[in-house]
Design a protein around this ligand. Structure first.
Ligand code: PLP
Length: 375
């Protein structure tokens, strides 16, 4: 099956009794177990609605197995703690989603896990690795500056050092990027974003080859962050339109990025689809599309990002991303607000930076709203 067909059909649970074309929602939290090799139980990640979603995700990501979790952070913390324990060292990219950064910075010390935030180019990674490093954690394109990390190169260095690689593939979605065929071990998602796609569902996923998933599943079962049947159904339903939505959002983002680049009120536009983006060539090689996230800076260094957002009429200033509606936020006061301001500026996040999650609306409407708010 090709991508669009996988989105619609992979994993579908055909209801032989009624001939219904959608998976029924299995509401049971108790299943008869006599004669069963492996009893079904929601927290064991093995009920029919969970398996329907996982099969679709595995087909999209090129993974053998997976679990669906109650949120992206549930997936991320479970994946990290499946391979790192007290005494171990973890290398994380220095430019990460704020929640993951906070978990490593403040949560790891309580668990006796040491970590280094490193620039993830080959030299930066080599310098950060120690003989205690067990995990390399990456995100590409990065949030919010859309830097592109060379996944093949990172996977090769990590493999030689015996380090498990985890990639947060939320920003690209499997429509635009599949890290596992590039050599990455584990993919995590905040399904709250593109997979759900309608800003009405919180979920996450961890995907990997079978042998790694055994270890992840055991830890995940202890943590108990599985997804309920109703949400699994919504996730499956949403993913049927994943390629349609993401392809449209991606082509919209290209139009918006180009148009913003020409405006005098805009200082810089960060979008890997623009030829002047430092990661453009790499993105062209490792991604199927450039994604639908972009960031831009207001040219006036005294301008207030909050004032700008308050003048928008259609675009919602809101946390989160990936929905069908265009959303905007200022990372300094949203995703990265808990980060030390000096460290934030060091990685290039100014107070004038705005991050746009491009939706499926008409690009002329999106652009005219962005422009009218510039005054
Ligand atoms: N990863 C990325 C890239 C994110 O942007 C987010 C949330 O914004 C998360 C993970 C966390 O996901 P969730 O809010 O579903 O826990």
């Amino acid at each position: 099956m090709r991508l669009e067909t996988v989105c619609v059909h992979a994993g579908e649970y055909l209801d032989a009794e009624t001939g219904g074309v959608n998976s029924p929602i299995f509401t049971s939290t108790a299943y008869e177990y006599l004669g069963c090799e492996e009893p079904l139980y929601q927290r064991y990640f093995n009920t029919p609605n969970q398996e329907a979603v996982v099969e679709k995700l595995c087909a999209l990501e090129g993974a053998e197995d997976g679990i669906v979790c109650a949120s992206g952070m549930s997936a991320i913390s479970t994946a990290l703690l499946s391979f790192a324990q007290a005494g171990d060292h973890v290398v994380l990219q220095d430019d990460l989603y704020g929640g993951t950064h906070a978990f490593a910075e403040r949560g790891f010390p309580r668990l006796g896990i040491d970590c280094t935030f490193a620039p993830c180019d080959p030299e930066g990674l080599q310098a950060a690795l120690t003989d205690k490093t067990r995990v390399l954690y990456l995100e590409t394109p990065t949030n919010p500056l859309l830097k592109i990390i060379d996944l093949r190169a990172m996977a090769e260095i990590a493999r030689e050092a015996g380090v498990v690689t985890i990639v947060d593939n939320t920003f690209a979605s499997p429509i635009n990027q599949t890290p596992i065929p590039l050599g990455i071990d584990v993919v995590v998602h905040s399904g709250t974003k593109y997979l759900g796609g309608h800003s009405d569902l919180q979920c996450g996923a961890v995907l990997a080859r079978r042998e790694l998933m055994e270890q992840i599943r055991e830890i995940a079962t202890h943590f108990g962050g599985s997804l309920n049947a109703e949400s699994c159904y919504l996730m499956e339903r949403s993913m049927k339109t994943l390629s349609l939505r993401v392809e449209r959002q991606t082509s919209n983002a290209m139009v918006i990025a180009q148009a913003l680049s020409d405006l005098p009120q805009i200082g810089a536009v960060y979008y890997p689809g623009l030829p002047n983006h430092p990661g453009h060539d790499l993105a062209r090689e490792q991604m199927k599309g450039f994604g639908a996230m972009l960031s831009f800076e207001l040219a006036d260094p005294t301008a207030s990002a909050e004032d700008y957002m308050s003048r928008l009429q259609m675009i919602h200033p809101a946390l989160s991303l990936g929905g069908v509606e265009t959303k905007i936020c200022a990372p300094a006061t949203a995703s990265h607000r808990t980060m030390d301001p000096e460290a934030r500026r060091r990685i290039g996040i100014s107070d004038q930076l705005l991050r746009l999650s491009v939706g499926i609306e008409n690009t002329e409407d999106i652009l005219s709203d962005l422009q009218q708010a510039m005054g």
